[in-house]
Design a protein around this ligand. Structure first.
Ligand SMILES: Cc1ncc(COP(=O)(O)O)c(C=O)c1O
Length: 431
């Protein structure tokens, strides 16, 4: 930020001198200074921010339309959120109290599962689930390389090795017809990622798991409420994991996660693992961790949970409108996989001139995103797994062309129309 400030000051100085000499009024000079600051900030964002997960908040304030925002939703729900926080603070219980238990029960029930264990985040939810399945060094876990890094980070943290399978280019989900090739005698688990808000073909995953005696852990961080053959994401495996990171379909104002399962033994084990391995007070029966969802986030999530189906309905409506407004363009719009109901965690498109489109929309105050620009198998941090470019051709091709349009329940019709108008203009310019 220091560099940006210097850039702004430098530019303003030049302008101020020049304009004052040219006889401009004080207001005009100030207006131009403001414009220069905005441009310099946006410019600096192109040069990369220091936050790997998002953008500099100053840049976000300058953009007219963001790819995601919680502010409009917060404005609507402010009173209930504030009263939930107040209730917790006045209750005298901040850790593992009634709010966590109630949220665990409600959310696991919503997913069609008997048990829920609130944990610190979605990454821990995956890690603890794999640990509870006794997955560790020498074992292999199969997933995809176009997921969020935490999926693979969680596998790595157990000491197990990640094996990647390529994706179906139409849906960007795990290509289940490639699964068999990835299975070895070391394989212990298949970890399907319900990416972008829709489910992997779970009947096929189950078939394969049964044939080879493997466990299944569903990564549902992006798929709260999504269904496959009428079954909810999270209900089709040994154990399933969710994230309540703010941008998720159900998100809090910070970090949170949950494991859901129908298996009582796994439930008890994960409940212990999240709390230093304790089964009763101050007595660990195994070495564990500290990964608890806290009362404040559980209370907020309980309030937001009441709106979950409405959030999903609004996301679906926005997606439907994108489909209508962008149907006659060269953009490849998201395809719903067979037997699925999508919840549109993100609205992803593909286009060979993706980078140009993103740059040109940014000039118009519209900030898009890429989920995900680099497949994990070619990242420096995972080179040791032994993959190289070309090993997962559909994954790599998708990462080169994929990008996401603004998507959040309170995205207004006007903003969406503006995004689509800008896309039409830009596509005409570059084609
Ligand atoms: C597919 C997927 N898995 C796991 C995670 C990890 O969740 P968290 O950020 O809550 O640790 C995320 C969130 O980014 C995700 O999108």
């Amino acid at each position: 930020m220091e560099e940006v400030k210097e850039k702004i000051d430098e530019k303003n100085m030049v302008n101020k001198v020049g304009l004052v000499e040219a006889g401009q009024s004080k207001e005009e000079v100030e207006q131009l200074q403001q414009k220069n600051s905005d441009e310099a900030l946006i410019e600096s964002e192109r040069e990369k921010t220091d936050h790997p997960r998002g953008w500099d908040s100053n840049i976000l304030k300058k953009m007219d339309i963001k790819v995601w925002s919680y502010l409009e939703e917060y404005e609507k729900e402010k009173d209930e959120i504030h009263s939930a926080i107040k209730n917790v603070l006045e209750s005298g219980v901040l850790i593992l109290g009634d709010h966590v238990k109630r949220f665990e029960d409600k959310f696991s029930n919503y997913c069609g599962c008997k048990y829920g264990i609130g944990v610190k985040n979605g990454t821990d939810a995956l890690f603890l689930s794999l640990k509870a399945l006794d997955i560790g060094p020498g074992d292999e876990v199969i997933c995809v390389a176009n997921t969020a890094v935490p999926t693979v980070a969680a596998i790595t943290a157990t000491g197990a090795t990640t094996k990647f399978v390529d994706i179906n280019p139409e849906t960007c989900l795990m290509n289940i017809f490639k699964l068999k090739d990835a299975i070895t005698e070391k394989t212990k688990c298949i970890l399907p990622v319900h990416l972008y808000g829709q489910c992997v073909d779970m009947d096929k995953v189950k078939e394969m798991a049964d044939e080879f005696g493997l466990k299944i852990v569903e990564d549902c961080a992006q798929a709260h409420g999504a269904t496959y053959k009428g079954r909810k994401a999270g209900s089709m495996s040994d154990v399933a994991t969710f994230s309540f990171y703010p941008s998720k379909v159900l998100g809090t104002f910070g970090d949170g996660g949950m494991v859901v399962t129908n298996n009582e033994t796994l439930y008890e084990r994960i409940k212990g693992l999240r709390m230093y391995g304790m089964r009763r007070k101050y007595f660990s029966i195994e070495s564990g961790y500290n990964s608890r969802l806290d009362e404040l986030h559980a209370a907020i999530l309980l309030k937001k949970f009441a709106h979950l189906d409405e959030y999903i309905r609004k996301r679906q409506e926005i997606a439907r409108r994108y489909g209508k407004l962008l149907t006659d363009t060269s953009l490849i719009l998201p395809k719903t996989a067979e037997n699925n109901t999508q919840v549109y965690y993100v609205y992803v498109c593909h286009h060979p001139k993706r980078d140009e489109i993103i740059a040109k929309l940014k000039e118009r105050g519209i900030l898009l995103n890429i989920s995900y620009e680099w497949p994990i198998h070619i990242m420096d941090g995972y080179k040791y797994l032994g993959y190289k470019e070309g090993d997962l051709p559909h994954t790599e091709a998708s990462c080169k062309n994929v990008f996401s349009l603004p998507m959040y329940p309170e995205l207004s019709y006007e903003k969406q129309q503006k995004v689509c108008d800008a896309l039409h203009d830009v596509l005409r310019e570059i084609e």
